[in-house]
Design a protein around this ligand. Sequence first.
Ligand code: SER
Length: 389
Amino acid sequence: MNTDRIVRTFVEYFEERGHHRIDGSTLLPPEGDPVLFTTSGMHPLTPYLEGRPHPLGRRLVNVQRCLRTTDLEEVGDPTHLTVFEMLGTWSLGDYEGPQSLDWGYGLLTEGFGIDPGLLHVTVFGGDEQTGPDTASLDLWQERGLPVELTVEDNWWSNGPTGPCGPDSEIFLWTGDTPPESTPTGDDRWVEVWNQVMMRHRRLDDGSLQPLPQRNVDTGLGLERLAMLLQGKRSVFECDVFDPWRRTVPPLWHVDGPSLRVVWDHLRSAVVVIGDGVRPGNTGRGYVLRRLVRRVLTVLWQDDPSRSLGDLPDELIRHTLDHFRQNEELDVVRRVLLEEERRFGRLLERGRQILARPRFRSGPLSEEDLCYLHDTHGLPRDLVLNLRPQ
Ligand code: SER
């Protein structure tokens, strides 16, 4: 089942159950929002989770592109991407959690054909502020699924304050042996679907207040679901990456996790540029800068003559089309190349300065790093790359 068909199956299943499809937003949250990028499908819906009536009703479904910088360090492992798409459903004060879990179970087992014997779920076990989520526990026990109770892992929030609630996560076994252990005990259990009973608001003082309505907010990572349904071992092997697999290895010989970093970061950089961000030293621009510079660091390790200018048009076009973005291909290419030139010049300057007697031998002190940054504009990461300690 390719990703287009997965999306269609998902959306139609929920449309048949009274949900309206809404358009996904860009990666840029609305003006005044404290986060840099949209990190989850619920993000653009925050006002509606907090009680404002949504023009399309109380049951919604969509596909939302998301960017998570918290996962940057995990990129290169089999299941994390910087930019990914989230399939989401919402009950805005309409049906309750058990109904959502039951539909989720139905879609996974009947719609996508997953063997129920390979599923495990987790449920919020309760803490000093909120009791255990017995409604979810009862539903899963009726369906005969093994349940693990946790506390922190089953509480979802978008930040320190704001809408939040207990969640129930559905995991799929990916091991070669029959399922064993539990999701927190064995990482061959891969999380597929997170369903949040979004009915609280966390206040500045840490206390919880009930939201005006009891919502359900659910999200599945599309590429991860595709990986599982296509029987692959990593998200990079699913059909979304077909053109990358075909065109990048003949161009640049980079191994294993580094190749994944190159694919992930370049694809993410194209999407971020496609949403109008340009490299800079702060905020979103800095995230973009880090993505591009990390790719270049990997590429130049073996061969400093490699250039993003060699990136096939097909990859940029495929990525912009996939995310339904209108940015001109040439503009994306120009932004990447300008950043490459800037980084190249900075590296050159860094090498010259580090060759001075003051820095030539011994590890760099904190004072050296500050001086190199403040006086010569050389970021700490770059210096440490040029001169590992
Ligand atoms: N907000 C939840 C998540 O991001 C469910 O969509 O996992």
